[in-house]
Design a protein around this ligand. Structure first.
Ligand code: ADP
Ligand code: ADP
Length: 223
């Protein structure tokens, strides 16, 4: 369970990107819906401990995230909005490399984890191909594979469906929903259907503020 209380962040340019945000996020994929500039990325970077808020608290299963960022990072998988891949490296080589960086140093264990993730994200048959030849959907699935290295308990995925065609989008969201059955998954998006299709719980965020949270249809109906 991720608990965010009265979180605030104003950037140096005066933009209040996070405005008194309070959220309770449990199991099952959680959708964070909002237009461009709503503050979704700011909130996700803050949960991922990549930037500090001005005030407020974040706890994950009792852990004080802001006090112990390293402990959170060990349990975190993060797919940023601007996740870039090296075009001239194959998926299996790069995933193996990320696994080493994640601390999976035992060779056998690492090989097993990399293979399992390539299977899970349906990239096994394409594992020897250079990432530059991948479609947008394949790249996002590779992004999820790297985020899942080290068996995270919290997975944060920022605007992953932008630019995906309908088939890839469905495939990708179904993959996330399956992951969400096991661990906490937070999906940020500006596409209403991304949350109404598969997220049991969601929040709408506009101008840094949570307008409403709850079950998608009920929440959207109140707007
Ligand atoms: P979203 O992810 O919903 O598009 P962001 O969190 O990226 O929203 O941005 C929220 C607001 O904060 C926007 O007005 C954006 O321009 C501004 N912003 C984001 N990052 C920074 C930053 N590092 N410095 C200043 N302003 C920022
Ligand atoms: P998003 O689509 O999530 O709003 P952006 O394209 O706004 O993302 O932001 C990309 C990067 O630029 C982020 O690292 C963000 O912190 C930074 N950024 C966004 N807006 C501003 C801003 N007004 N001033 C400075 N940095 C910004």
């Amino acid at each position: 369970m991720l608990s965010i209380k009265q979180l605030n962040k104003t950037y140096d340019n005066g933009v209040k990107a996070i405005n008194d945000v309070t959220l309770e996020i449990g199991h099952g994929m959680f959708g964070l819906l909002g237009p461009n500039g709503a503050g979704k990325s700011s909130l996700m970077r803050t949960i991922a401990t990549l930037q500090d808020p001005d005030s407020g608290s974040i706890t994950f299963n009792g852990l004080d995230v802001l006090a112990e960022p390293q402990a959170l990072r060990r349990q975190l998988g993060y797919l940023p909005q601007d996740f870039g891949v090296y075009p001239k490296v194959s998926a299996d080589v790069l995933l193996n490399h990320f696994a080493v960086l994640k601390g999976l140093t035992a060779r056998g264990e690492r090989k097993e984890a990399v293979e399992a993730l390539l299977q899970q994200t349906n990239l096994w048959d394409a594992r020897k191909r250079n990432l530059g030849t991948y479609s947008g959907g394949m790249r996002q699935r590779f992004g999820i594979a790297q985020a899942l290295l080290g068996a995270p308990k919290l997975v944060i995925v920022d605007e992953p469906t932008a630019g995906l065609d309908p088939d890839e989008r469905n495939r990708f969201l179904n993959l996330l929903a399956r992951i969400g059955e096991q661990v906490v998954v937070i999906l940020s998006t500006h596409i209403v259907e991304d949350v109404t299709d598969l997220c049991p719980q969601m929040a709408v965020i506009v101008k840094g503020q949570v307008l409403v949270q709850g079950e998608p249809q009920a929440a959207i109906d109140t707007l």
